[in-house]
Design a protein around this ligand. Structure first.
Ligand code: NZQ
Ligand code: ZN
Length: 386
């Protein structure tokens, strides 16, 4: 097991009807900017619950943060933060609203001239404006981690940021929110969380027995609840296990002491930036090719995953590892998620070269757990995913 440090300061308030507990979490003298997305919270009653819990607190609202939070829109919110002297941010939404809020938390205290530099120059945020979240969509884990991914339409870029100053103060997780989520987004959430675990697990054996079993148990739980969540989002038992699995998949715990990959996400983000494909679907496109291309380096963990998560008992290591990739593809398909780039766009020729060039330009010369995935290899993986 590798050495590690672990600190996660986010308070989780989990359970049925927990949104009303928001009233206990808002700091005194807070001047709040309530941030939300395209308006789903106004249709499903979450907005009303939040407003009721906020009582007489001073609140200004900013709606319209789009899926894949857009830099230009966030700059409008930043203006409000500055002119209104906002001192607390409240995100009510999924990963996009929460990530947008993290950007604003960092940008609100950033002293440089251009806030995009936080992303372009990978500036680590040690201290941001304090914020809390009310999660409306289980998927990203953003509610309990310190990372964010921001899109800039102007340049077709989607870049990550983070730092210890960007953990939410608190996150409210009421699994009942999933009843209004469209099936496509439920499937996205399941696939995203599943892939988060794979990114922190599908590397090479490192003797971290407990971390491996944490990861495997999250994968097994997602596989078990996925059909139930899709069939009946009012099934509270399934909803609560789904929601907690998504949070646990990316709150930092399972990656401690083990090598991590994250190449699937790095490549997938480019597909969202270039074609607007839903984040989770880009992962389902890239992961199978990535695991096939890096088969030799990953086959021990692939086989362990095949045996323990998919209960494959027949065959040698290579057979089990290969079948495990096939099982993963079948799982994405069962969620209704296609796994080839050509399923999403007819315009895919040249994509591999574009992504490889972008990685070269950014100096991303060695991704993955061995820092050995060079841009030419990335190009081959993307081509395999056409
Ligand atoms: O815009 P609203 O009205 O809120 O509608 C959203 C949006 O259209 C809707 N929705 C959310 N909750 C709902 C609901 N509709 C009905 N009922 C509800 N209760 O769902 C749509 C998608 O929302 P979005 O927030 O975009 O989805 P998700 O949570 O999957 O977030 C995706 C974003 O997170 C980033 C992705 O790259 C992407 O930009 N990620 C963030 C990570 C992190 N911070 O740790 C890690 C991830 O790997 C990921 O990269
Ligand atoms: Zn993800």
């Amino acid at each position: 097991m590798n050495n590690f440090e672990f600190k996660n300061p986010t308070k989780i308030i989990f359970g049925k009807d927990s949104i009303k507990k928001l009233e206990n979490e808002i700091p005194e003298n807070a001047k709040i900017l309530l941030l939300y997305g395209g308006g789903s919270i106004k249709k499903n009653g979450i907005y009303n619950q939040v407003k009721a819990a906020l009582g007489n607190a001073t609140v200004i609202e900013f709606g319209g943060i789009p899926a894949n939070p857009e830099y230009a829109v966030l700059l409008e919110a930043l203006e409000i933060i500055k002119t209104e002297n906002i001192n607390f941010l409240l995100a009510v939404g999924g990963g996009s609203v929460i990530d947008g809020t993290k950007f604003l938390s960092a940008a609100g205290l950033y002293e440089g001239l251009t806030p995009w530099d936080i992303l372009a120059d990978n500036i680590r945020t040690e201290k941001g404006l304090p914020f809390g979240t009310v999660l409306t969509l289980p998927a990203t884990g953003s509610e309990m981690n310190s990372g964010a991914v921001i899109t800039r339409a102007e340049t077709k870029e989607k870049l990550s940021m983070g730092g210890p100053g960007l953990f939410p103060e608190f996150s409210i997780l009421d699994p009942q929110v999933i009843t209004s989520i469209p099936e496509r987004q439920l499937a996205n959430g399941l696939a995203d969380a599943f892939t988060h675990v794979l990114e922190q697990y599908m590397t090479y054996p490192s003797g971290a027995l407990l971390q491996d079993r944490f990861a495997e148990s999250i994968l097994q739980t997602i596989i078990e609840v996925a059909p139930k969540v899709l069939k009946d989002p009012t099934d509270y038992q399934a909803a609560s296990n789904f929601m907690w699995s998504c949070t646990m998949a990316l709150n930092g715990l399972i990656q401690k002491g083990v090598p991590t990959d994250w190449a699937v996400h790095a490549i997938g983000h480019e597909l969202t930036a270039l074609f607007g494909i839903d984040h989770a679907r880009t992962l389902a496109v890239i992961a199978p090719s990535h695991y096939k291309y890096n088969f030799e380096a990953k086959k021990d963990k692939l086989a362990q995953y095949g045996e323990r998560v998919w209960n494959i008992t027949e065959g040698n290591t290579d057979d089990i590892a290969y079948l495990a990739i096939e099982k993963t593809v079948a799982f994405f398909h069962a969620l209704g998620i296609n796994t080839k780039l050509s399923d999403y766009t007819k315009d895919f020729e040249g994509t591999a070269e574009t992504i490889s060039q972008r990685f070269t330009d950014r100096g991303w010369l060695g991704l993955g757990e061995h820092q050995s995935l060079s841009p030419d290899k990335v190009e081959k993986i993307v081509k395999m995913a056409y």
